[in-house]
Ligand binder design. Sequence first.
Ligand code: AQP
Length: 330
Amino acid sequence: PRRVVSGLQPTGELHVGNYFGALRRCVRLQQQGDDVMLFIADLHALTVRQDGQLLEERVLDMTALALAAGIDPERSVLFVQSAVPRHAELCWLLACLATHARLAHLPQYKEKSATMKEVPIGLMLYPVLQAADILVYRGTHVPVGADQLQHLQVASQLVRTFRHRYGPAFPTPRPLLPDDGSDRIKSLRDPSKKMSKSEPDPKSRILLTDSDETITLKIRKAVTDFTPEVTYEPETRAGVSNLVTLHCLAADKLPEEAVEEAAGLSTAQYKREVAGALCAALAPLRARAAELRARPAHLHAVLRHGAARARLRADETYEHVASLAGLTRT
Ligand code: AQP
């Protein structure tokens, strides 16, 4: 089977972009028989300053949400990145093959570092750690959004460089791009930007833990434009189109169907439909997550089990890779 690797950073609370764009995709891949490795990327989160206690709490929140969304910890492997030290060990080997020039020119790095006075080296190494996350499990497929393709290219380049230097060790990971727009959910306040955990305005995103009232309010306040009709034109009408996308993802529709059903509705009226669909999709998830969140010992046990399984797989790859690189294995 295909081995799928995906991660979620505990940098904030999960929003519907993370759900439709990552978590639900992993659940569907698991259901279709792929071997899914889903990790909570606490090492990645450290590329920006984090409060330690909050980080640990978010890890448990995310574990509860992943289970509530349908990740089966027996069929898939659910774990915390830092519990498998091989990620960081392989990252070092790969960092020795990566070039400063390549990493410094990646758009995401340029964007994030531009706002910082002191740029941590970890931020530049981010795509190398990402490559290690995938390669340490010999991942074959990675569910990504279009904005992550360049990082996956870095991973492919590292696979080639490693092969030239030491010999074959990893399959080239391939991107899985969705065709339903789920990889680019936009901010509700500024539809030219993607919905994000770290955007200061909480009304820009719908959290998976938001109540029905909060969801409805945030959708009602979502920025659209001055045209009342509902159409799906992501290039020219990003705000309304984002609502159509959310509606379709929540209610399992195609944009044409949603637009046809919305004929005669103003965008203000349509927002009620969208909010209703989102509430219906998220309420059961939210309820299951709340039950699980009340059982931290169970969540820790799930993570321990996942980490033990992940370590076995990672050890196997790393032993091979380390011996290719001439590291003494005594
Ligand atoms: N807006 C989005 N639409 C669709 N998918 C999205 N993802 C993130 N934002 C959207 C996907 O969620 C997964 C986990 O992402 P991450 O935890 O690595 O965070 P991120 O990609 O950096 O985006 P966030 O959630 O907005 O966090 P911050 O603000 O901390 O950067 C990934 O698969 C991602 O594609």
